[in-house]
Design a protein around this ligand. Structure first.
Ligand code: SF4
Length: 476
């Protein structure tokens, strides 16, 4: 479900930091996920080698993305999959709705799909009188509680066992409070089984789409993905256009990187390969399969050589688990479909720097995200690029909303700084002024805010140049 809250990042951060239970839940969960990842990637050299392979596969794929997408479409059609292209989330939502209406469908069971979160599909369908039901356990929990996911892999990571027990007791008729994990699982399983049997449509995401064969790969642990894609008569698969890979041979390396980074597993419990609807004589499987390929700003991202690295992401979520900001404030504070480091680089590019540019400020640039990213996305460099584009002094920006933070005072200061570096005489004059008056600058405006939590540096009474001159040092 889409969050109805108005986005105020600073206020969200303050609220999250004040919530001790939330911080404890996130600390426990992300500590565990980091530990699991470490237990799988035990050999640093082998891990680095694998990450290079993952990086090369994704880079090569992006370099010939249009060609791969055309090949994927052709092969999917050969396999009997109906392919739809959606430039915007509105288009994608309407395609899903039209498929439902063609089939007189009311109930949809959904496997986990971050693209459907990006589309706010549940809210859209509910407004049209449809019944979209999440079946991934984490998604099921937060749908009951009318919340958006707080993590791209573990959507209910912000809830502990007791809170989940209360959500079940409050929202599922006839269920009493329990905090016993096995009982909670049995309750969810019992409810969901009935929905799989009676749903008109099943929806899933796609982890990798193989162009050479038109195969859709779905990685999951709960079996709900297989139920959503195999039991209802119609299956709709949603993917961002960057999910295409060239060949089957490319999948094992990416799969291993995804499993190890996301959940600390060597392989997941289920790996589904979907190659079309039920064939004559087959006893199960959907009668119709649709693939919706969503752009939503990705083509623009692809056009920039540096920023396109954002599209290498395989949505493992490990950058979230290693981020000192995310692990303290959690996912909801970001007010975005994708939180944490990947959200900081993806959301401002999708929605614009004027709307989501301040996400790029939520980083200490400690580099932890880049060090663990399985496909070696240089996240800190991209964050710096987006910060620069927010100010965009020379109007060279390419990201939507570039220059939104530009203001006259800062422009004047930076221009003055530039000229000080170019003209030595101006540099000498300005340094003298700063030595005399720098420590007396009134603490107002941004300077007041900056110095309220930091000790302002003191300007030296003599510049290094003057000291050197005094000591008789020349040309140093
Ligand atoms: S940016 Fe890298 S670490 Fe983060 S979710 Fe994507 S692939 Fe995983």
């Amino acid at each position: 479900m889409a969050s109805n809250k108005t986005f105020d990042f600073k206020q969200n951060i303050a609220g999250a930091l004040a919530d001790k239970q939330l911080r404890s839940n996130f600390k426990n969960a992300t500590d565990t996920l980091r530990g699991k990842r470490l237990a799988v990637f035990t050999d640093p050299e082998e891990t680095l080698r694998l990450r290079h392979v993952g990086n090369q596969i994704k880079r090569a794929g992006l370099n010939r993305l249009p060609e791969l997408l055309e090949q994927l479409e052709a092969k999917c059609k050969e396999n009997g999959i109906i392919v739809h292209w959606a430039e915007t989330v509105d288009e994608a939502n309407n395609i899903v709705l039209s498929i439902m209406e063609q089939h007189g469908a009311h109930k949809m069971v959904k496997g986990k799909s971050m693209v459907s979160e990006e589309m706010h599909l549940n809210k859209f369908l509910e407004d049209k009188g449809k019944l979209p039901l999440e079946t991934d356990l984490g998604e099921y929990i937060i749908q009951l509680n009318n919340e958006p996911p707080s993590h791209i892999i573990v959507p209910a990571v912000h809830k502990n066992r007791k809170q989940i027990g209360q959500i079940f007791a409050d929202n599922i008729p006839g269920v009493s409070y329990t905090e016993d994990t096995a009982e909670l699982l049995a309750i969810a399983r019992g409810r969901l089984r009935e929905h799989y049997r009676t749903a008109d449509i099943g929806l899933s995401g796609v982890n990798f789409a193989i162009a050479e064969s038109g195969t859709l790969c779905l990685v999951e642990n709960e079996g709900n993905g297989r139920m959503c894609t195999a039991v209802p008569p119609v299956h709709v698969a949603l993917m961002g256009l960057e999910k295409v890979v060239g060949t089957l041979e490319e999948v094992p390396a990416l799969y291993r990187l995804l499993c190890g980074s996301a959940t600390g597993q060597r392989i997941t419990t289920y790996f589904n390969m979907i190659k079309g609807p039920r064939k004559p004589g087959e006893k199960d499987g959907p009668k119709e399969v649709h693939l919706i390929i969503l752009d939503n700003g990705r083509s623009k991202i692809l056009a920039d050589k540096q920023l396109r690295q954002t599209l290498q992401c395989i949505r493992c979520g490990t950058c979230l688990n290693h981020c000192p900001v995310y692990t303290r404030i959690g996912g909801h504070a970001y007010g975005s479909t994708y939180p944490g480091p990947i959200g900081e680089i993806l959301m401002p590019q999708i929605e614009g720097l004027d709307k989501k540019g301040n996400l790029a400020t939520a980083s200490s640039l400690c580099n932890a995200c880049e060090e663990v990213c399985p496909v070696m996305i240089p996240i800190p460099a991209l964050i710096r690029r987006l910060r620069d584009e927010s100010y965009d002094m020379d109007e060279n920006g390419v990201v939507k909303g570039h220059g939104c933070k530009k203001n006259l005072l800062e422009t004047v200061i930076w221009k003055a700084w530039k000229y000080m570096q170019v003209y030595p005489l101006l540099n000498t004059i300005m340094l003298k002024k700063l030595q005399l008056f720098g420590n007396k600058l009134p603490k107002v405006g941004p300077l007041k805010a900056w110095t309220s939590v930091r000790t302002a540096p003191k300007f030296a009474r003599q510049s290094l140049k003057d000291l050197a001159k005094k000591e008789g040092i020349r040309n140093e």
